[in-house]
Design a protein. Sequence first.
Length: 254
Amino acid sequence: MKVSSRHVRITFLAVAAVLAVLASIIYVGKQHTAEMVKIETLRTEKIVISKEEDGVTIYAEVPQFFEGSREFKQTNVTLRAQVEAHIKDAVDGDYMPLSHGSVYQSSFTVDYSDNKVLGVLYTGMLDVQGAAHPLPFLKTFVVDRVNDKVVAVENLFKDSSYLDLLSKLSREDLYAQVRYGDGDMIPDKAMIESGTEPIKENFSNMIPTADGLLIYFPVYQVAPYAAGVQQVAVPYKKLASVIRGDGPLSHLIK
């Protein structure tokens, strides 16, 4: 598909206008970085979804994983389905539906990898025609390499008690960021309290690292737009009581 010069100009201006906000997806909060452990046999490829739908320009990269000659078939099918669902939700979304002339673009990074689990960060931007500014978005995927499947966040834990624990730990960390002026956190008690309530929607984006879970809070969830994406790193030693013993993170509990 050829993207018109008009769409290129829209995308360029949108990226320039919110460069600082988009950069916060990588550098945010305490500047935590998910550790990458190199696995020689893992091969990452991508499927590009590039089209124009109802006047909306769409460019999305879908991760696809292979191990030697083995394809992670179930994982790859699920990843494509979830990205396509995300695109549909964005185009038809109740919050900010994409109108004619809008742009959806995304890419991904594999932010953690070992021989049992992968952590994938899917990020992008909605440039909504007529909106005051573009809206960055993110979504995470945890891949169980052993069983070839994308694992829903709630299935990383024994039961729903993880929500109360993550709520408590996240609030403590976010308030500490405000108190000590760490990162780009802008204090807003009401947003922090609401955005860390112990419900699944508030804790739907997280990636494993070698030392703990890295929780992502998209723009507007716990801080104003200008503060960007926020992160909270929770050590596994604080999560040992709630992480499933037979789950894809069990080998990381020390």
